[in-house]
Design a protein around this ligand. Structure first.
Ligand code: M6R
Length: 609
């Protein structure tokens, strides 16, 4: 959730680290800090403050923070409030650290090491720093100090560590929370994700769990936790630096919504051969798709919403029973899973701790695991037997948009593949299905070109306190995601309901102040849903309708707004209606003057339970 950046080389570290932290700000952003080793003073100088990285930059300009080796951090508070003292880096004795994750036993450690009275903050991180310092004092060997300290910690962590008397070197160790590192022309660097590193390098290495990374100005070394050297393997960054910029859009969210046609193409095309779904690109053999009788889909938030679409489709086309369970519930439940079960996890970041823990649990229970992941080489990808990488490119806005659409697209390919290998779809039917899927980028493009029209719907909800969204069948799954999107970026309460359910309680909340958005794209359910629209209209609701072109709607002018979506077969309407719902959320937040890309309290990568 927090961001980490470190640099050692021949340039001023302050500027490089602050630039990296700005790129990481989307991960968490209630405070920020840097620690720079100053060779004249032979010590690490720290500058930290609450607020955004720009506050840190202003503060750092006024201080003497010269030096070519340092570490930085953007913090999303967990233990201890949002204060300057609680921001990272923390320093104890000769050790300075930044930390992502949570040390669960920090209170016990504080008492065990007798340091309670020396602490300046309320954080678990400062306690961890004291433990590193204790062992560094005892052994004066950084590797041994790290090994000994890490053995004391219960929880998750990615630590970057600099020692006062080891100039020019940065150490890192991790469990669960990610760290990547890279060489540049003028030094080496590490970060909690590629967005920061991609500004400077085209290749990176991933620090494995319980491995130790040592950065010097001209080299990166890797060791196991006991200090034995390991071979370093570098991977290519498969998107360009430009991909992580706004490219003229006011917000990343709008840019990422607009990128969906390309993202979809990039995800679909490598997996279609001769008009049929083909997963050899992902090194998944056809036999794999016959090796299970049941599927579990597990994920969080938006990623879970894509899984719900997947469930509907797989059950319909391939007749394989599918259960969906939110990852944070899955890990504490007793799911009925065995070697004939496939557990599919879905994650944009590939680092969500609940989803990662669910994958590990599924493997322990003997299931086969398949990850649908956007970021290469991440923990969920590494923990899964097979990975289907969505090729959405970097998603920076906290609100997920293009990552969701491509996850849904992967489920369409999977459903078709399963139906084909199980003999429930002929090749001809499958080709027709895939052809329609391939036409979705251009259908989405039409909605993008129509965004001003969709914006008019937002103007009807911008002053609302509560919004309700109704849908049936696939439309229900679409509004689950649309409703989450609206909540998270506009802070307007929104509730998605199967349209038929409104009468069973929630209609009590409908008045002339409540906008109700209906998604009506499923032909066989349309008449029923139009009746539901009338029910809320007659209670005074402001009724806004997203409707598939061609579905008949009498007396259209009686509704507050009707937006027509380009017609496609029912099961494909999810793509266009999703984009319309994303724009509704976006424009509402924009018109409210909110920081659309960085909604309050949220972080892009959720690495705490
Ligand atoms: O990185 P993940 O896909 O695993 O993240 C899961 C959720 O935190 C995420 O989908 C979240 O709900 C969205 N950012 C909301 O837009």
């Amino acid at each position: 959730m927090c961001g980490i950046m470190g640099y050692t080389g021949s340039k001023e570290a302050k500027y490089i680290i602050i630039k990296g932290l700005s790129a990481l700000e989307y991960r968490g952003y209630d405070s920020a800090g840097i620690g720079i080793y100053n060779s004249d003073e032979d010590k690490v100088n720290i500058c930290k403050c609450i607020g955004k990285v720009k506050n840190l930059k202003e503060k750092a300009e006024k201080l003497n923070l010269t030096g070519t080796c340092g570490i930085g951090h953007t913090r999303w508070a967990t233990h201890g409030g949002v204060t300057d003292e609680n921001a990272h880096p923390h320093k104890f004795g000769r050790v300075t650290i930044t930390h992502n994750g949570i040390i669960e036993n920090y209170e016990e450690l504080a008492s065990e090491f007798g340091i309670e009275d020396e602490l300046k903050s309320q954080t678990d991180t400062e306690v961890a720093c004291a433990v590193f310092a204790h062992y560094y004092d005892k052994y004066t060997d950084p590797m041994k100090a790290i090994y000994k300290a890490v053995k004391c910690f219960r929880g998750t962590f990615a630590f970057t560590i600099i020692f006062d008397d080891i100039p020019g070197k940065i150490y890192a160790v991790r469990n669960v929370s990610p760290i990547v590192a890279a060489k540049t022309e003028h030094g080496t660097m590490l970060a909690s994700d590629l967005t920061a590193i991609s500004l400077y390098a085209r290749e990176y290495l991933v620090l494995g769990e319980y491995q130790i990374l040592v950065l010097s100005p001209d080299d990166i070394e890797l060791f196991d936790i006991k200090g034995n050297p390991l071979v370093t393997e570098y991977q290519k960054i498969d998107w360009d630096t430009e991909a992580a910029t706004k490219k003229g859009f006011p917000f990343f969210m709008e840019k990422e919504i607009s990128e969906q046609p390309e993202a979809l193409k990039n995800t679909l095309e490598p997996r279609i051969k001769d008009g049929l779904p083909d997963f050899t690109y992902d090194e998944i053999p056809d036999e794999f798709f016959k090796s299970f009788d049941k599927i579990f889909i597990t994920a969080c938030g938006t990623a879970m919403h894509s899984g719900q679409v997947g469930k509907g489709l797989i059950e319909k086309l391939a007749k394989v029973p599918v259960e969906t369970e939110i990852a944070s519930e899955f890990i504490y439940d007793e799911p009925i899973i065995d070697s004939r079960t496939l557990v599919v996890s879905v994650s944009q970041s590939g680092e969500t701790i609940d989803t990662l823990t669910a994958v590990k649990k599924a493997s322990e229970l003997g299931a086969k695991t398949l990850g649908i992941v956007n970021v290469h080489g991440t923990s969920i990808a590494r923990a899964s037997d097979h990975v289907v990488y969505t090729n959405a490119g970097p998603e920076i806005a906290v609100a997920s948009t293009k990552a969701y659409t491509v996850q849904v697209a992967v489920f369409y390919l999977l459903a078709a593949k399963l139906a084909l290998v199980r003999g429930l779809m002929s090749e001809e039917e499958c080709r027709e299905f895939i052809k329609t899927l391939q036409s979705m980028p251009s259908a989405i493009r039409k909605v993008i070109n129509d965004k001003d029209e969709v914006h008019r719907i937002s103007t009807k909800i911008v002053e609302a306190k509560n919004v309700f969204m109704l849908g049936r069948g696939l439309d229900y799954y679409a509004i689950l995601e649309g409703s989450l999107k609206l909540k998270e970026v506009s802070y307007i309460h929104s509730e998605a309901l199967p349209a038929g359910e409104i009468k069973h309680g929630t209609i009590a909340l409908i008045s002339d102040e409540t906008p109700v958005i209906l998604s009506i794209t499923q032909e066989k359910l349309a008449a029923k849903e139009i009746s539901n629209a009338k029910e809320v209209k007659s209670r005074g609701a402001i009724v806004l309708i997203l409707m598939k072109d061609g579905i008949e709607l009498e007396n259209e002018s009686q509704w507050d707004k009707v937006y027509r979506l380009p017609a496609a077969p029912d099961e494909f309407m999810i793509f266009t209606v999703t984009v319309a719902l994303q724009f509704i959320a976006y424009f509402t937040a924009l018109d409210l003057g909110l920081d659309v890309d960085k909604p309050r309290n949220l972080a892009k990568v959720v690495t705490v339970e």
